[in-house]
Write a protein that binds this ligand. Structure first.
Ligand code: PLP
Length: 425
């Protein structure tokens, strides 16, 4: 049975046990699968029959989670990876070769910036970073003959910039290239980028999807809504010699992108998640709709409380009225953005560090988007090599505290912040 309500998909989609089978998605902790005839195995390799044969390519536990995430995003297929980083890497390499070009929003996750600007550059793929608030004209000016995709985050980590997905999708479509969206922070509960014209959606499932900071993971979702037959994507429309000449757009039709990602790139690069991690991810997904709602409710209450506190110099939360991205957030994420907020403490860097040391419930960790409230002071940790001037140009002021609001009782979260602020005088 297919479901179309997100809450039901979270709980029910992907795995439907038959009579007498385990009620809970089993962990198929097996690298390989047994067959009675050599001919069947040959047919599996030729993609003539469906079935599992080696966990680097597909595994029943992972497969169920992929089906659930594809349904959550409204895509036609999905492939899980061992991390968010590997999801981004494989998605890009699936249509980019040395000599190709990418246009990316500059407001993206730091790990993705490194991947695009340093590692992909070494592989011969060039990137142009554009302002996330770019106009249609500015987005178009960046296009070159060899441009293969646009890349942006729905809700950027850590700047919380909101992208105008419809605008980016329109420019991408008019230039014959797909729009890739990293939807990690918003999650499909708050935003489904494919509905606004995006073509490929990526997640670090290590964040809200897992939700408990237990299992690293990533996923690529194929919207099945891009026509690859425009002469720019030869890897999808001409024979793959490493797979006895299969032409992905002919063999897999709308699912060409995700089929190639698995049969070619996952085969060669092997960044599959373990069945055990897929099991943990599935448990997380079962409550995603409840947790995301609670994260957003709590974060809005905390953001409002902070904005009225005279020890706080500024608050950045897109769902807070007056925020630069309030209108875009309401348009694309009407039910809430995420549990992540950032703010400044009066007294700058020293006050920020002192404040953090006094927190008791909120833990200092290099992670966001799990059930427990956590904090990070980028200027003294992830960005500590930068001078104060460099910090400002990176959008990270010396007083900036990033807080990932958890799903505890919000009164306890505020009480903790309040007592820590009291100690900063
Ligand atoms: C964390 C994160 C990533 C990288 O994911 P990992 O699972 O840590 O590899 C990519 N994009 C965004 C927006 C993230 O927050």
């Amino acid at each position: 049975m297919e479901y179309n309500k997100l809450s039901t998909i979270c709980v029910q989609a992907g795995y439907t046990p038959k009579n007498g089978e385990p009620r809970v998605l089993p962990i198929y902790q097996s690298t390989t699968f047994k067959y009675d005839s050599a001919d069947t195995v040959g047919k599996l390799f030729d993609l003539q029959e469906e079935g599992f044969f080696y966990t680097r390519l597909a595994n029943p536990t992972v497969d169920c989670v992929e089906k659930k995430i594809a349904a959550l995003e409204g895509g036609i297929g999905a492939m899980c990876t061992s991390s968010g980083q590997s999801a981004t890497l494989l998605a890009i390499l699936n249509i980019c070769n040395a000599g190709d070009h990418i246009i990316s929003s500059s407001a993206i996750y730091g790990g993705t910036t490194n991947l695009l600007a340093v590692t992909l550059k070494k592989l011969g793929i060039e990137v142009t970073f554009v302002n996330p608030d770019a106009t249609k004209e500015e987005l178009e000016v960046a296009v070159k003959e060899n441009t293969k995709l646009y890349f942006a985050e729905t809700l950027a980590n850590p700047s919380l910039v909101v992208i105008d997905i419809k605008l980016w999708a329109e420019v991408a479509r008019q230039n014959g290239v797909p729009l890739f969206i990293d939807n990690t922070f918003a999650t499909p509960i708050n935003c489904r980028p494919l509905e606004f014209g995006a073509n490929i959606v990526i997640h670090s499932t290590s964040k809200y999807m897992d939700g408990h900071a237990s299992a690293l993971g990533g996923v690529i979702v194929d919207g099945g809504n891009f026509d690859w037959n425009n002469g720019k994507f030869l890897g999808l429309t001409t024979p793959d010699e490493s797979y006895h000449g299969v032409i992905y757009t002919e063999f897999a039709g709308k699912a060409a992108f995700i089929t190639k990602a698995r049969t070619q790139l996952m085969r060669d690069m092997g960044v599959m998640p373990s069945p055990n991690n897929a099991f943990l991810l599935n448990l997380g997904l079962e409550t995603l709709h409840l947790r995301v709602k609670r994260h957003c409710e709590n974060a809005l209450i905390v953001a409002k409380w902070l904005s009225e506190n005279d020890k706080i110099t500024w608050v950045n939360y897109p769902s807070l009225e007056g925020n630069k991205y309030y209108a875009l957030a309401k348009e694309y994420m009407p039910n809430g953005t995420s549990g992540v907020i950032s703010f400044g403490v009066r007294g700058g860097r020293e006050a920020a560090m002192k404040f953090m040391d006094q927190l008791k419930l909120a833990a200092i960790v290099v992670h966001v988007a799990d059930a427990r409230t956590s904090v990070l002071h980028p200027a003294s940790t992830t960005h500590r090599q930068l001078s104060d001037e460099q910090l400002i140009s990176a959008g990270v002021s010396a007083d900036l505290i990033r807080m990932s609001i958890g799903i505890e009782d919000v009164a306890d979260i505020i009480a903790d912040i309040n007592q820590a602020l009291d100690s900063v005088e």
